[in-house]
Design a protein around this ligand. Structure first.
Ligand SMILES: Nc1ncnc2c1ncn2[C@@H]1O[C@H](COP(=O)(O)OP(=O)(O)OP(=O)(O)O)[C@@H](O)[C@H]1O
Length: 307
Protein backbone atom coordinates (compact mmCIF):
# COMPACT_ATOMS: atom_id res chain seq x y z
CA UNK A 1 0.00 0.00 0.00
CA UNK A 2 1.34 3.46 -0.83
CA UNK A 3 0.97 6.64 1.22
CA UNK A 4 -0.79 8.34 -1.66
CA UNK A 5 -4.55 8.78 -1.47
CA UNK A 6 -6.30 7.42 -4.54
CA UNK A 7 -9.76 8.43 -3.35
CA UNK A 8 -10.47 11.38 -1.07
CA UNK A 9 -13.97 12.07 0.19
CA UNK A 10 -14.66 15.23 2.13
CA UNK A 11 -17.93 16.27 3.79
CA UNK A 12 -19.91 14.25 1.28
CA UNK A 13 -23.70 14.45 1.56
CA UNK A 14 -26.57 13.28 -0.58
CA UNK A 15 -30.24 13.88 0.07
CA UNK A 16 -32.76 12.05 -2.11
CA UNK A 17 -35.98 13.93 -2.92
CA UNK A 18 -34.96 17.14 -1.08
CA UNK A 19 -37.86 19.16 0.27
CA UNK A 20 -40.38 16.42 -0.54
CA UNK A 21 -42.28 13.99 1.69
CA UNK A 22 -39.96 11.20 0.74
CA UNK A 23 -36.79 13.15 1.60
CA UNK A 24 -33.94 10.82 2.69
CA UNK A 25 -30.57 12.03 3.90
CA UNK A 26 -28.74 8.99 2.55
CA UNK A 27 -25.21 10.39 3.07
CA UNK A 28 -24.49 12.85 5.84
CA UNK A 29 -21.18 14.72 5.91
CA UNK A 30 -18.88 11.78 5.22
CA UNK A 31 -15.10 12.22 5.20
CA UNK A 32 -12.48 9.53 4.59
CA UNK A 33 -9.79 8.56 2.12
CA UNK A 34 -8.63 5.36 0.47
CA UNK A 35 -4.93 4.90 -0.17
CA UNK A 36 -3.51 3.47 -3.36
CA UNK A 37 -3.36 -0.32 -3.00
CA UNK A 38 -5.58 -0.31 0.06
CA UNK A 39 -8.65 -2.45 0.76
CA UNK A 40 -11.15 -0.25 2.55
CA UNK A 41 -14.07 -2.17 4.03
CA UNK A 42 -17.37 -0.36 4.45
CA UNK A 43 -19.94 -1.97 6.72
CA UNK A 44 -23.41 -1.11 7.86
CA UNK A 45 -26.85 -2.65 7.95
CA UNK A 46 -29.41 -2.49 5.16
CA UNK A 47 -30.36 1.12 4.36
CA UNK A 48 -27.28 2.66 5.99
CA UNK A 49 -26.22 4.22 2.68
CA UNK A 50 -23.44 1.86 1.52
CA UNK A 51 -24.63 1.45 -2.05
CA UNK A 52 -25.47 5.14 -2.30
CA UNK A 53 -21.95 6.02 -1.17
CA UNK A 54 -20.40 3.66 -3.74
CA UNK A 55 -22.56 4.99 -6.54
CA UNK A 56 -21.90 8.60 -5.57
CA UNK A 57 -18.13 8.06 -5.58
CA UNK A 58 -18.46 6.62 -9.09
CA UNK A 59 -20.49 9.65 -10.19
CA UNK A 60 -23.54 7.51 -10.90
CA UNK A 61 -25.42 9.70 -8.40
CA UNK A 62 -24.89 13.43 -8.03
CA UNK A 63 -23.78 14.41 -4.54
CA UNK A 64 -25.73 17.22 -2.84
CA UNK A 65 -22.60 18.57 -1.21
CA UNK A 66 -18.93 17.82 -0.55
CA UNK A 67 -15.88 16.71 -2.48
CA UNK A 68 -14.75 13.52 -4.19
CA UNK A 69 -11.23 13.37 -5.57
CA UNK A 70 -9.90 10.48 -7.60
CA UNK A 71 -6.18 10.42 -8.33
CA UNK A 72 -6.07 14.15 -7.60
CA UNK A 73 -8.99 15.01 -9.91
CA UNK A 74 -12.36 16.40 -8.87
CA UNK A 75 -14.87 13.65 -9.74
CA UNK A 76 -17.91 15.91 -9.40
CA UNK A 77 -16.58 18.17 -12.15
CA UNK A 78 -15.41 15.46 -14.53
CA UNK A 79 -16.71 15.36 -18.07
CA UNK A 80 -15.65 14.35 -21.58
CA UNK A 81 -12.36 12.49 -21.86
CA UNK A 82 -11.57 12.82 -18.18
CA UNK A 83 -14.89 11.19 -17.26
CA UNK A 84 -14.32 8.42 -19.83
CA UNK A 85 -10.91 7.70 -18.26
CA UNK A 86 -12.52 7.63 -14.81
CA UNK A 87 -15.20 5.22 -16.08
CA UNK A 88 -12.41 2.88 -17.16
CA UNK A 89 -10.21 3.31 -14.08
CA UNK A 90 -13.01 2.63 -11.60
CA UNK A 91 -15.13 -0.50 -11.88
CA UNK A 92 -17.91 -2.09 -9.89
CA UNK A 93 -18.58 -5.67 -8.85
CA UNK A 94 -22.20 -6.23 -7.88
CA UNK A 95 -23.96 -8.22 -5.20
CA UNK A 96 -26.09 -10.41 -7.39
CA UNK A 97 -24.17 -11.79 -10.35
CA UNK A 98 -27.40 -13.33 -11.65
CA UNK A 99 -28.97 -9.90 -12.04
CA UNK A 100 -25.88 -8.00 -13.11
CA UNK A 101 -24.88 -10.26 -16.02
CA UNK A 102 -26.94 -10.00 -19.19
CA UNK A 103 -28.44 -13.48 -19.56
CA UNK A 104 -28.69 -13.21 -23.33
CA UNK A 105 -25.01 -12.52 -23.83
CA UNK A 106 -22.24 -15.11 -24.04
CA UNK A 107 -19.57 -14.90 -21.36
CA UNK A 108 -17.01 -13.77 -23.92
CA UNK A 109 -19.10 -10.76 -24.87
CA UNK A 110 -19.92 -9.93 -21.26
CA UNK A 111 -16.26 -9.89 -20.29
CA UNK A 112 -15.22 -8.02 -23.43
CA UNK A 113 -17.86 -5.28 -23.16
CA UNK A 114 -15.47 -2.84 -21.49
CA UNK A 115 -12.71 -3.71 -23.95
CA UNK A 116 -15.06 -2.74 -26.79
CA UNK A 117 -16.36 0.44 -25.14
CA UNK A 118 -12.88 1.71 -24.34
CA UNK A 119 -11.35 0.48 -27.66
CA UNK A 120 -8.76 -1.57 -25.86
CA UNK A 121 -8.34 -4.36 -28.44
CA UNK A 122 -7.43 -4.08 -32.12
CA UNK A 123 -9.22 -7.11 -33.55
CA UNK A 124 -11.26 -10.25 -32.78
CA UNK A 125 -8.20 -12.40 -32.16
CA UNK A 126 -6.78 -9.98 -29.62
CA UNK A 127 -10.19 -9.68 -27.97
CA UNK A 128 -10.56 -13.47 -27.72
CA UNK A 129 -7.02 -13.89 -26.37
CA UNK A 130 -7.66 -11.25 -23.70
CA UNK A 131 -10.94 -12.94 -22.68
CA UNK A 132 -9.15 -16.30 -22.31
CA UNK A 133 -6.47 -14.62 -20.21
CA UNK A 134 -9.14 -13.09 -17.96
CA UNK A 135 -11.03 -16.39 -17.61
CA UNK A 136 -7.80 -18.04 -16.51
CA UNK A 137 -7.12 -15.21 -14.06
CA UNK A 138 -10.41 -15.80 -12.25
CA UNK A 139 -10.15 -19.60 -12.30
CA UNK A 140 -12.55 -20.37 -15.18
CA UNK A 141 -11.88 -22.47 -18.33
CA UNK A 142 -11.42 -21.37 -21.95
CA UNK A 143 -14.56 -23.30 -23.01
CA UNK A 144 -16.64 -21.17 -20.63
CA UNK A 145 -16.29 -18.26 -23.09
CA UNK A 146 -19.05 -19.54 -25.35
CA UNK A 147 -21.58 -20.29 -22.60
CA UNK A 148 -24.36 -18.21 -21.08
CA UNK A 149 -24.56 -16.99 -17.43
CA UNK A 150 -27.40 -19.39 -16.49
CA UNK A 151 -25.07 -22.34 -17.15
CA UNK A 152 -22.90 -21.38 -14.16
CA UNK A 153 -23.11 -21.63 -10.39
CA UNK A 154 -23.38 -18.45 -8.27
CA UNK A 155 -19.68 -18.49 -7.40
CA UNK A 156 -18.70 -18.96 -11.06
CA UNK A 157 -21.02 -16.14 -12.11
CA UNK A 158 -19.33 -13.85 -9.61
CA UNK A 159 -15.98 -14.87 -11.14
CA UNK A 160 -17.36 -13.72 -14.51
CA UNK A 161 -18.35 -10.40 -12.89
CA UNK A 162 -14.83 -10.04 -11.52
CA UNK A 163 -13.28 -10.83 -14.94
CA UNK A 164 -15.56 -8.21 -16.52
CA UNK A 165 -14.41 -5.60 -13.99
CA UNK A 166 -10.73 -6.45 -14.46
CA UNK A 167 -10.88 -6.49 -18.27
CA UNK A 168 -10.21 -2.76 -18.58
CA UNK A 169 -7.23 -2.69 -16.18
CA UNK A 170 -8.91 -0.56 -13.54
CA UNK A 171 -7.12 1.09 -10.62
CA UNK A 172 -10.10 1.12 -8.29
CA UNK A 173 -12.87 -1.40 -7.72
CA UNK A 174 -16.01 -0.94 -5.68
CA UNK A 175 -17.30 -4.36 -4.70
CA UNK A 176 -20.86 -3.93 -3.44
CA UNK A 177 -21.63 -6.92 -1.21
CA UNK A 178 -19.93 -9.25 -3.73
CA UNK A 179 -20.40 -12.41 -1.66
CA UNK A 180 -23.73 -11.81 0.09
CA UNK A 181 -25.74 -13.69 -2.52
CA UNK A 182 -23.36 -16.67 -2.59
CA UNK A 183 -23.45 -19.96 -0.69
CA UNK A 184 -21.41 -19.76 2.50
CA UNK A 185 -19.23 -22.58 1.13
CA UNK A 186 -17.99 -20.47 -1.80
CA UNK A 187 -17.86 -17.07 -0.10
CA UNK A 188 -14.31 -17.58 1.17
CA UNK A 189 -13.11 -18.75 -2.26
CA UNK A 190 -14.40 -15.60 -3.93
CA UNK A 191 -12.94 -13.36 -1.21
CA UNK A 192 -9.59 -15.15 -1.54
CA UNK A 193 -9.66 -14.69 -5.29
CA UNK A 194 -10.41 -10.99 -4.88
CA UNK A 195 -7.60 -10.63 -2.35
CA UNK A 196 -5.11 -12.41 -4.66
CA UNK A 197 -6.10 -10.27 -7.63
CA UNK A 198 -5.84 -7.12 -5.53
CA UNK A 199 -2.26 -7.95 -4.60
CA UNK A 200 -1.25 -9.15 -8.07
CA UNK A 201 -2.62 -6.07 -9.84
CA UNK A 202 -1.98 -3.48 -7.08
CA UNK A 203 -5.70 -2.70 -7.03
CA UNK A 204 -7.49 -0.43 -4.61
CA UNK A 205 -10.83 -1.72 -3.28
CA UNK A 206 -13.83 -0.29 -1.56
CA UNK A 207 -15.32 -3.52 -0.26
CA UNK A 208 -18.92 -3.10 0.91
CA UNK A 209 -20.63 -5.57 3.23
CA UNK A 210 -23.22 -5.71 5.97
CA UNK A 211 -21.24 -8.22 7.99
CA UNK A 212 -17.95 -7.31 9.67
CA UNK A 213 -16.55 -10.82 9.72
CA UNK A 214 -15.67 -11.08 5.98
CA UNK A 215 -14.65 -7.44 5.74
CA UNK A 216 -12.22 -7.90 8.60
CA UNK A 217 -10.45 -10.65 6.71
CA UNK A 218 -9.94 -8.71 3.47
CA UNK A 219 -9.64 -5.07 4.67
CA UNK A 220 -6.74 -2.92 5.75
CA UNK A 221 -9.10 -0.36 7.25
CA UNK A 222 -12.82 -0.41 7.99
CA UNK A 223 -15.45 2.32 8.08
CA UNK A 224 -18.79 1.79 9.84
CA UNK A 225 -21.82 3.50 8.35
CA UNK A 226 -25.20 4.07 10.00
CA UNK A 227 -28.08 6.28 8.80
CA UNK A 228 -25.77 7.87 6.26
CA UNK A 229 -23.11 8.82 8.81
CA UNK A 230 -19.65 7.37 9.22
CA UNK A 231 -19.57 6.43 12.91
CA UNK A 232 -16.19 4.74 13.26
CA UNK A 233 -13.04 4.40 11.20
CA UNK A 234 -9.88 2.47 11.95
CA UNK A 235 -7.64 -0.42 10.99
CA UNK A 236 -9.38 -3.78 10.64
CA UNK A 237 -7.84 -4.81 13.96
CA UNK A 238 -8.97 -1.65 15.76
CA UNK A 239 -12.55 -1.82 14.53
CA UNK A 240 -12.98 -5.58 14.82
CA UNK A 241 -11.04 -6.31 18.00
CA UNK A 242 -11.22 -2.97 19.84
CA UNK A 243 -14.44 -1.27 18.72
CA UNK A 244 -15.32 2.03 20.39
CA UNK A 245 -18.70 3.14 19.06
CA UNK A 246 -21.72 1.34 20.58
CA UNK A 247 -23.14 0.73 17.10
CA UNK A 248 -19.97 -1.10 16.02
CA UNK A 249 -20.11 -3.14 19.22
CA UNK A 250 -23.70 -4.04 18.48
CA UNK A 251 -22.87 -5.07 14.89
CA UNK A 252 -20.03 -7.26 16.16
CA UNK A 253 -22.17 -8.90 18.80
CA UNK A 254 -24.63 -10.01 16.11
CA UNK A 255 -22.08 -11.98 14.07
CA UNK A 256 -23.05 -15.66 14.24
CA UNK A 257 -20.55 -17.80 16.11
CA UNK A 258 -19.93 -21.20 14.44
CA UNK A 259 -19.39 -22.91 17.80
CA UNK A 260 -22.78 -24.01 19.32
CA UNK A 261 -21.54 -23.72 22.92
CA UNK A 262 -20.13 -20.24 22.37
CA UNK A 263 -23.33 -19.33 20.52
CA UNK A 264 -25.43 -20.13 23.58
CA UNK A 265 -23.28 -17.70 25.55
CA UNK A 266 -23.29 -15.07 22.81
CA UNK A 267 -24.82 -11.84 24.04
CA UNK A 268 -26.29 -9.51 21.47
CA UNK A 269 -25.56 -5.90 22.43
CA UNK A 270 -28.57 -3.69 21.68
CA UNK A 271 -27.90 -0.29 20.16
CA UNK A 272 -29.87 2.78 21.09
CA UNK A 273 -29.63 5.16 18.13
CA UNK A 274 -31.41 8.05 19.89
CA UNK A 275 -28.04 9.75 20.56
CA UNK A 276 -27.68 10.20 16.79
CA UNK A 277 -30.73 12.43 16.65
CA UNK A 278 -30.26 14.44 19.88
CA UNK A 279 -29.27 17.56 17.96
CA UNK A 280 -25.71 17.68 19.35
CA UNK A 281 -22.86 18.39 16.94
CA UNK A 282 -20.56 15.43 16.47
CA UNK A 283 -17.31 15.29 14.53
CA UNK A 284 -14.88 12.51 13.69
CA UNK A 285 -12.37 12.57 16.55
CA UNK A 286 -9.15 10.55 16.47
CA UNK A 287 -9.18 8.61 19.74
CA UNK A 288 -5.94 6.72 19.13
CA UNK A 289 -3.63 6.87 16.07
CA UNK A 290 -5.69 5.98 12.98
CA UNK A 291 -8.84 5.18 14.99
CA UNK A 292 -11.65 7.76 14.86
CA UNK A 293 -15.20 7.92 16.13
CA UNK A 294 -18.05 10.36 15.51
CA UNK A 295 -18.40 12.04 18.88
CA UNK A 296 -19.10 15.16 20.90
CA UNK A 297 -16.08 16.46 22.89
CA UNK A 298 -17.47 14.82 26.06
CA UNK A 299 -18.05 11.48 24.30
CA UNK A 300 -14.53 11.67 22.84
CA UNK A 301 -13.13 11.97 26.37
CA UNK A 302 -15.06 8.89 27.43
CA UNK A 303 -13.82 6.94 24.38
CA UNK A 304 -10.25 8.01 25.19
CA UNK A 305 -10.39 6.61 28.68
CA UNK A 306 -11.94 3.43 27.27
CA UNK A 307 -9.17 3.02 24.67
N1 LIG B 1 -32.72 6.25 -5.74
C1 LIG B 1 -33.16 6.47 -4.51
N2 LIG B 1 -34.18 7.34 -4.30
C2 LIG B 1 -34.64 7.60 -3.05
N3 LIG B 1 -34.14 7.03 -1.94
C3 LIG B 1 -33.13 6.15 -2.08
C4 LIG B 1 -32.60 5.83 -3.38
N4 LIG B 1 -31.60 4.92 -3.19
C5 LIG B 1 -31.51 4.69 -1.87
N5 LIG B 1 -32.42 5.42 -1.19
C6 LIG B 1 -32.60 5.46 0.28
O1 LIG B 1 -31.33 5.85 0.83
C7 LIG B 1 -31.05 5.10 2.00
C8 LIG B 1 -29.74 4.37 1.81
O2 LIG B 1 -29.93 3.32 0.87
P1 LIG B 1 -28.76 2.38 0.33
O3 LIG B 1 -29.33 1.48 -0.71
O4 LIG B 1 -27.60 3.20 -0.05
O5 LIG B 1 -28.39 1.54 1.64
P2 LIG B 1 -27.51 0.22 1.74
O6 LIG B 1 -26.72 0.38 3.00
O7 LIG B 1 -26.73 -0.01 0.51
O8 LIG B 1 -28.59 -0.90 1.93
P3 LIG B 1 -28.60 -2.42 1.36
O9 LIG B 1 -27.58 -3.17 2.18
O10 LIG B 1 -30.01 -2.86 1.64
O11 LIG B 1 -28.27 -2.37 -0.09
C9 LIG B 1 -32.23 4.21 2.24
O12 LIG B 1 -33.10 4.86 3.14
C10 LIG B 1 -32.88 4.08 0.87
O13 LIG B 1 -34.25 3.86 0.98
Amino acid sequence: MSDKNLVQIKNLSLTFNPGKDKEVKALDNITFDIKEGEVFGLVGESGSGKTTLGRTILKLYDASDGEIDFDGKDVRKMKGGQLADFRKDSQMIFQDPQASLNGRMKVEDIIAEGLDIHHMVKNKEERHARVLELLDLVGLNPDHATRYPHEFSGGQRQRIGIARALAVDPKFIIADEPISALDVSVQAQVVNLMKDLQKKHSLTYLFIAHDLSMVKYISDRIGVLHWGKLLELGTADQVYNHPLHPYTKSLLSAIPVPDPIAERQQKIVDYDPSAETDGQVRRMVEIEPGHSVLATPAEAEAYRSQA
